[in-house]
Design a protein around this ligand. Structure first.
Ligand SMILES: *[C@@H]1O[C@H](CO)[C@@H](O)[C@H](O)[C@H]1NC(C)=O
Length: 272
């Protein structure tokens, strides 16, 4: 379905030309995907090979806008959820959450490969070839927005509306600190796992009590791996070349501390 390069003769030359034209430029891909609730949404994937980053964005059925950013230079990935508030309950128009974690190798294809992806049938509703499970992330530290520039230049753009709600994991803090990132941009939050001194928000009655909030999201379709094909020349020798991508779907379940249950009202709705 997706091919970054075609395999035969003339097409290869055509393809090489197309690759040249797009080299070094950003590019956008729009993909129709079906969400877990059955709704079809349009996902926008953008690659910036100069900044070595990929972003992915889509709207959920409940109106929440999910944005994912992979910053390969800094080995940082950022998830942002813009959740529509319930105005009748005195909430803001929307609430922004930002979750930052370490980007591992081979989680997603390189930005320059992403920048070359074209799709043949833009109207097809895509289903990921591999459906990965739900990764549990305990976000027990917060990130100071005004100092976050040295961690990733994308944080300021993406997370400025999240104010204090920018979270990360202690293991990631440790990793980045060892790489030379200043530890003062992080702040460890009240304990979340080992000695759970706070209740889950969904079992907390008082709206002003601190509690442990959870938030889940799923990236329904993203290019997680390059596919290689083999070609044979006249002498029968084989060589391999990139001939497409493998698509994945992956869920993320974040647990983090909130100073007031008020900031975590979706947790309540899930058990109703
Ligand atoms: C974040 O950093 C700024 C600038 O260094 C500082 O003024 C501010 O107090 C910090 N915020 C928190 C919540 O620690």
């Amino acid at each position: 379905m997706f091919a970054s390069c075609a395999s035969v003769g003339a097409l290869v030359r055509l393809c090489a030309l197309a690759l040249l034209l797009t080299l070094g430029l950003g590019s956008e891909l729009r993909v129709r995907v079906r969400l877990s609730d059955g709704l079809v949404t349009e996902e926008v994937l953008e690659a910036d090979s100069e900044r070595d980053s990929i972003s992915l964005e889509f709207k959920q059925g409940d109106g929440t806008l999910i944005t994912f950013m992979a910053d390969f230079k800094q080995e940082v990935k950022i998830f942002r959820a813009l959740i529509l508030g319930e105005l009748e309950r005195g909430q803001n128009q929307y609430q922004a959450l930002c979750f930052i974690s370490r980007l591992n190798r081979n989680e997603i294809i390189p930005s320059e490969s992403m920048a070359r992806l074209r799709q043949k049938n833009p109207h097809v509703i895509r289903l990921a070839e591999e459906r990965k499970g739900l990764e549990q992330l305990t976000m027990s530290a917060s990130v100071n927005l005004s100092r976050a520039l040295q961690l990733s230049s994308h944080i300021h753009n993406m997370c400025s509306e999240a104010h204090e709600a920018i979270y990360t994991r202690e293991t990631d803090v440790k990793y980045w600190s060892e790489k030379g990132v200043d530890g003062s941009i992080f702040e460890v939050l009240p304990q979340t796992t080992e000695t759970p001194s706070f209740q889950a928000c969904h079992s907390t009655k008082d709206l002003w009590q601190p509690c442990l909030c959870t938030y889940s999201l799923r990236l329904e379709w993203y290019p997680c791996m390059l596919k290689y094909c083999r070609s044979r020349d006249g002498t029968g020798k084989g060589s391999s070349y990139k001939c497409g991508i493998r698509s994945c779907s992956k869920g993320y379940h974040f647990t983090y501390y909130v100073p007031q249950k008020q900031l975590c009202l979706w947790d309540e709705e899930m058990i109703n």
